[in-house]
Design a protein around this ligand. Sequence first.
Ligand code: SAH
Length: 218
Amino acid sequence: MDSEGVRRSMVERLRASGPLDARVLDAIAAVPRHLFVDAALVTQAYEDTSLPIGHGQTISKPSVVTRMIGVLMDGVTARAAGHLGKVLEVGTGCGYQAAVLCRLSRHVVSVERIKGLHDKARELVAPLRMDHLRLVYGDGMLGHPPNAPYDSIIAAACGSDVPEAWLEQLAVGGRLISPVLDAANKQRLVVVDRLEAGGFQRTEYEAVQFVPLKSGSI
Ligand code: SAH
C-alpha cells in the first residue's frame, strides 16, 4: 500500500474539516497508522474511524487524537515550550496515540491495564525507535508516580470522574484532558488545568465516544 499517499490525503481531509493544530497534524502525517491495526483492517487504517484492536478495545479516531492533543498543546506549560513536555497517557491500546505524542513531547509514559495489549504495543512501537517512550503495564487510574509530575496527561478511556491520582501527578502549569461521564451518563471531554496561582480549573468540551476506564489490571 502507498501508505504515505493515503496518509497524506487523510491529513488533508482532517485539515479541511475544521481548525486543528498544524503541529499535531504534522505528527499524524508522520505516524504509520496502518502498522497499528490487523492486516485485515489495513485498507481502513486511513479512514477517520476507530477500529478494533482486540480484547474489546479500539484504536482511537485520528480526528479525536488530533483534537485532544491540540487542546493539550494549548496548556500553559506546553504553549510556552512549544511541546507537551513530560506526558502521561492512560490507555496505550495498540500504541498509536503514544507514537503521535512522542513526536510532540520530551518524554511519554503510557500505561495499559491489559497485558495482551501492552505486550503487542511494545512489539508495534519497537521498529519506530522512540527512545523517550516508556510503556508501563498496570492500572492507569493510579497514574504512574515514579515519573510524576507530568506537564500533560491524556486519557483514552472514559471514567465517571477524573481520578485524584491524575490531579496529584499533574505539574503546576500542566494540563489534563480526559473523557468523563456527565450527569446524564453521556461522555464529554474535560480539561483540567493546574493553575500557577494554585488550584485547578475544569472546563467541559464536546461529547465524545470512548471505551470505559476500568480499575485494576488483567
Ligand atoms: N491510545 C489508544 C486507544 C486505546 S483504547 C490508541 O492509540 O488508539 C483505550 C485503552 O484504555 C484500552 O486499551 C483499555 O484497555 C485501556 N484502559 C482502560 N482503563 C485503563 C486503566 N485503568 N489503566 C490503563 N489502561 C486502561
